[in-house]
Design a binder for this molecule. Structure first.
Ligand SMILES: Nc1nc2c(ncn2[C@@H]2O[C@H](COP(=O)(O)OP(=O)(O)OP(=O)(O)O)[C@@H](O)[C@H]2O)c(=O)[nH]1
Ligand SMILES: C[S@@+](CC[C@H](N)C(=O)[O-])C[C@H]1O[C@@H](n2cnc3c(N)ncnc32)[C@H](O)[C@@H]1O
Ligand code: SF4
Ligand code: SF4
Length: 342
C-alpha cells in the first residue's frame, strides 16, 4: 500500500489539523558549531542510539502510508550521516509511486559539492541552505568551524545539478544587520529565494543574555528592506511559518519566519522525528513520544509503530510557548535546535 486507503488513515491532530509534513533529523552531529545552535564543545549521542538507515526508511514509509506527502531531512548536518545517500535513494520509490510529493533537505551546504548530483538523481528538486553572512571572517565566527568558500561551492554545485536553492539566514542583531541588501542581491542574482529567521530560544547551555542581544525583529528587518525596495505582501502560505513578500524591483520572493512575534500555529501541518526516533509534535514544546521501541517491537509488522505514531499525533499541542516579552527568555527550550533539526 502506498497511498492512504481511506480518510481514517490520515493523521489528524486534536485541533483538526492534518499532518502531512515530516521533518526527520538523521543525525545530531555537525561539521559546524553555529553559535545560536550549539555550544562549541557539544556532546553528541553515541552511535548505537541512532536509528539505523533501515529503521529510518521503515519509519518514513509508515508516515507516508498515513498521508505524509512532504519529507524534509535535517539534522545536525544531514549530509554528514554515513551512508545517507542510500536512504535518499530508498525514498525515491515513494516519489515514483506518487505517494510522496516532495523529498527535500535543510543543510549547511558544506557537503553539497559532493552530494548535489546524487541528491538530484534520487528525486530531490529543492534544498534549503543555511547561510547567514557573505563575509569570510563573519562566517567563520558564527559557524565557529565553517568556511564560506566551501559553502559557496556547494550552492553552485546544487544549482548546476538543477536543484532549486532557498537560503535561510538567521537574523542576528549586530552581526548580519549590515548585510541585508548584500544577501538580497546575492539571491536575486542567482534566482534563489531567501528567508530570514528570527533567533529562537533553544539549548540551555547557550547564554541567555547573549541571545537576547542577538534578537533582531523581522518587523524591523522588513522596514529596513522597505526603505530601498517596494515590497508586496503575498497571500501564499506553504503551510509553514514563513510569510512572503515580493520585491518588485528584483522580482524575488523573500520569506520571514517570525515564530516569536507572529503566531502561525493554527495552520501547522508538521511533526518532527529525531535521529533516535523521538517524535516532537511541536517545535516550541517539550512534549515528545518514543517511536523507537515501537519500531523495534516487531520488525515484521508496522502495527506497533503505526499505533505509536497515531498516539503521538493525538497529543499534538495547539501551539508554542516562546515568549520574549519578559527580560528573561521565557519558554526557552532546553534541547538544541540540532536535536530536532529546526
Ligand atoms: N516555530 C516554528 N518554526 C519553524 C517551524 N518550521 C520551521 N521553522 C523554522 O524555520 C526554519 C527553516 O525551516 P526550513 O528547514 O527551511 O523548512 P521550511 O520553512 O518548512 O521550508 P519550506 O519547505 O521551504 O517552506 C527552521 O529551522 C525553524 O527555525 C515550525 O513549525 N515552527
Ligand atoms: C538545526 S539546522 C539543521 C540543518 C543544517 N545543519 C543547517 O544548518 O541547515 C536547521 C536550521 O535551524 C536554524 N537554527 C539553528 N538554531 C537556531 C536558533 N536558535 N534560532 C533560529 N534558527 C536556528 C539554522 O540556521 C538552520 O537554518
Ligand atoms: S545550524 Fe546547522 S550547521 Fe549550524 S551548528 Fe546547527 S546543525 Fe550545524
Ligand atoms: S510552534 Fe508548534 S504548533 Fe506552532 S507551527 Fe511550530 S510546530 Fe506547529
Amino acid at each position: 500500500m502506498t497511498q492512504p486507503d481511506t480518510a481514517s488513515d490520515l493523521l489528524i491532530d486534536p485541533f483538526q489539523r492534518r499532518v502531512n509534513y515530516l521533518r526527520l533529523s538523521v543525525t545530531d552531529r555537525c561539521d559546524f558549531r553555529c553559535v545560536y545552535c550549539m555550544s562549541e564543545h557539544m556532546t553528541f549521542l553515541p552511535k548505537v542510539e541512532l536509528l539505523t538507515l533501515e529503521e529510518l526508511d521503515r519509519l518514513c514509509t509508515a508516515f507516508i502510508h498515513m498521508g505524509v506527502e512532504k519529507l524534509r531531512i535535517t539534522g545536525g548536518e544531514p549530509l554528514v550521516r554515513k551512508g545517507i545517500m542510500t536512504f535518499f535513494e530508498g525514498m525515491s520509490r515513494h516519489l515514483d509511486s506518487g505517494a510522496l510529493k516532495e523529498l527535500t533537505l535543510t543543510t549547511n551546504g558544506s557537503q553539497l559539492a559532493r552530494f548535489a548530483q546524487p541528491l538530484y538523481d534520487a528525486g530531490v528538486r529543492r534544498v534549503n541552505v543555511s547561510l547567514d553572512t557573505l563575509d569570510n571572517d563573519k562566517f567563520a565566527d558564527i559557524t565557529r568551524w565553517g568556511r564560506l568558500p566551501q559553502v559557496l561551492k556547494g550552492i553552485e554545485a546544487a544549482q548546476n545539478a538543477g536543484l532549486r536553492v532557498k537560503l535561510n539566514a538567521v537574523a542576528v542583531k549586530g552581526f548580519n544587520d549590515g548585510e541585508l541588501f548584500d544577501l538580497t542581491q546575492f539571491c536575486a542574482e542567482r534566482d534563489m529565494d531567501l528567508t530570514f529567521i528570527e533567533v529562537m530560544p533553544m539549548g540551555e547551555d547557550i547564554e541567555n543574555a547573549a541571545r537576547l542581544g542577538q534578537f533582531w525583529s523581522l518587523k524591523d528587518l522588513r522596514n529596513d528592506l522597505a526603505e530601498r525596495f517596494t515590497l508586496t505582501d503575498l497571500s501564499e502560505r506553504s503551510g509553514g511559518p514563513a510569510r512572503y513578500v515580493r520585491v518588485e524591483e528584483t522580482g524575488q520572493k523573500i520569506g520571514f519566519i517570525t515564530p516569536l512575534s507572529h503566531n502561525f500555529c493554527e495552520s501547522c501541518n508538521r511533526v518532527r522525528v529525531t535521529c533516535t526516533g523521538e517524535i516532537y509534535t511541536c517545535l516550541g514544546q517539550e512534549g515528545k513520544s518514543d517511536l523507537r521501541n515501537a519500531l523495534r517491537a516487531d520488525t515484521n509488522s508496522n502495527e506497533p509503530l503505526n499505533a505509536a505514531i497515531r498516539a503521538a499525533i493525538g497529543l499534538k499541542p495547539k501551539g508554542h510557548d516562546f515568549d520574549y516579552s519578559r527580560q528573561d527568555v521565557a519558554g526557552r527550550m532546553t534541547r538544541h535546535m540540532s536535536h530536532t533539526g529546526g
